[in-house]
Design a protein around this ligand. Sequence first.
Ligand code: MN
Length: 220
Amino acid sequence: MTPEPRGRKAPRGGHRYVIQKHAARRLHYDLRLELDGVMKSWAITRAPSLDPNEKRLAVHVEDHPIEYNAFEGTIPQGEYGGGTVMIWDRGRWGPDGDPHRGYKKGHLIFTLEGEKLRGRWHLVRMHGRGGEKKEPWLLIKDKDDEARNPDDPDILEEKPLSVVSGRSIPEIAEGKGRKRVWHSNRSVKDNVTGGATKADASVRRASTSKTSAKASTQSG
Ligand code: MN
């Protein structure tokens, strides 16, 4: 079996990638990689690092629908994931070799072509454990040209804002520019099409005239 070349580019129209910064009960970064029509998801508790020596805990959580990638806004308190969601990075990912095999084995090697994160990365399941509901994995930057040293600037401080709207978490929380709500206890269809609440609609009407150009590029 011939492995695919290292550091290959993510294929056009291939696999979607997104990281949503999620200010919930505890702040974390949700890494999502498209595979087999869903977004495989890991909650990075201390955020990704470009320093290959920084191994970051990545708790494997439930698959998310692809439609959720375009969501930036708030999830009501009391619902699953209640809090504020920012699209922190997005783009494409390309696996090294067979991603199904890597996923099953507990070692995914892949290249990110995001607006913030690039280069090769590793997701490694800890202790070879499998089958647990919330498996602990580690997210580790590969030692390539995109890697940084501990003394280099931290990407989190360098680029803290949303890649779709340029907003901060507090700005998204207060609905600046555009207010969106995702109800995690409703279906994807209801959220994407008819799920807007009355409060949503009135805010949208009120803010239509002053919606920034950046915010209006957001899809979904
Ligand atoms: Mn989350």
